[in-house]
Design a protein around this ligand. Structure first.
Ligand code: ASP
Length: 291
């Protein structure tokens, strides 16, 4: 399936949200730091899966974003996180939901990738993490005090030089949500999807709205017959049916990029082998103005 043209591409996001002026620099620098790491993996011939995991780990470590360190609290005042990663070559998916006290949920999801279940939740996810030697942490170390309840979920899609695609997501969910609530982020066809024959997509925003409209599945369907930018725009338009804010990133199987949002801002980073520049944006308007 992989055609291996030697092209690579990576798109990441730091959430579909409103970014206050005082937080714009942190969002841009956070995306740039993660983009530098992810693009570095691909430039050196690393795999799309490795690039996605490495990119998301940087974003999880940055308290600017609602993922890993900096996650928001549920109504019990606890942090429960969701994450997933998908391999477009094999259609394997690893997901964890409502997991506590791990600094890098995406890496637990990566450990799940070749396992039979596609999703483990709560104590089951945590027990899996411990049994497989994933890093764990004091839950208090995840509280940053910077979380403001906005959609700072993170995500990434990548194409490697062998033609393999991957997608990943990681989130602390929605501030003040019910304990045990699971959003779109670990659900294939909703918050993410990757298929080497088609493309890869990842979303942020109101999880229940994204799940009800199956946004990643919709993008995949559109990509089968058209380019990525109209595909992602059409997916975001579908939210009109149920209401809600979201942003999405997409790559087609050749590395063409698309992204769109109906939120005031969407923190995005883009790098491709076409010119090897690292670009960050806080809204689509900014891209239009600068490129
Ligand atoms: N989509 C995430 C969720 O609903 C939240 C977000 O994107 O910030 O859990």
């Amino acid at each position: 399936m992989a055609d291996g043209t030697g092209n690579w591409a990576l798109v990441l996001h730091g959430g579909a949200k409103e970014i206050a002026p005082g937080k714009q620099k942190a969002n841009r620098l956070g995306c740039l730091a993660a983009l530098t790491v992810g693009a570095g993996v691909l430039r050196q011939g690393g795999s799309a899966l490795d690039a996605v995991e490495a990119t998301i780990r940087v974003l999880e470590h940055d308290p600017t974003f609602n993922a890993g360190r900096g996650s928001v609290r549920n109504t019990d005042g606890e942090i429960e996180m969701d994450a997933a990663i998908m391999d477009g070559a094999t259609l394997d998916i690893g997901g964890v939901a409502a997991i506590r006290a791990v600094p890098h949920p995406v890496s637990v999801a990566r450990l799940m990738l070749r396992e039979q279940p596609t999703l483990l939740v709560a104590d089951g996810a945590r027990r899996f993490a411990e049994a497989h030697g994933a890093e764990t942490c004091d839950p208090a170390s995840l509280f940053s005090g910077t979380a403001d309840g906005s959609h700072d979920t993170v995500g990434c899609v990548a194409l490697d030089t062998s033609g393999n695609l991957a997608a990943g997501t990681s989130t602390g969910g929605i501030e003040g949500c019910a304990p045990g609530r699971v959003g779109d982020s670990p659900l294939p066809g909703c918050g993410l999807y990757a298929d080497n024959a088609i493309g890869a997509a990842a979303f942020s925003g109101d999880g229940e709205s994204i799940a009800r409209t199956m946004l990643a599945a919709r993008v995949m369907q559109s990509l089968e017959s058209g380019p990525p930018q109209p595909a992602i725009e059409a997916a975001i338009m579908r939210l009109g049916r149920v209401g809600g804010e979201a942003g999405g990133i997409v790559l087609d199987r050749t590395g063409q990029v698309g992204w769109a949002h109906n939120s005031p801002h969407f923190a995005v980073g883009v790098a491709t082998s076409a010119d090897d520049r690292l670009r960050t944006y806080l809204s689509k308007n900014e891209e239009v103005a600068h490129d």
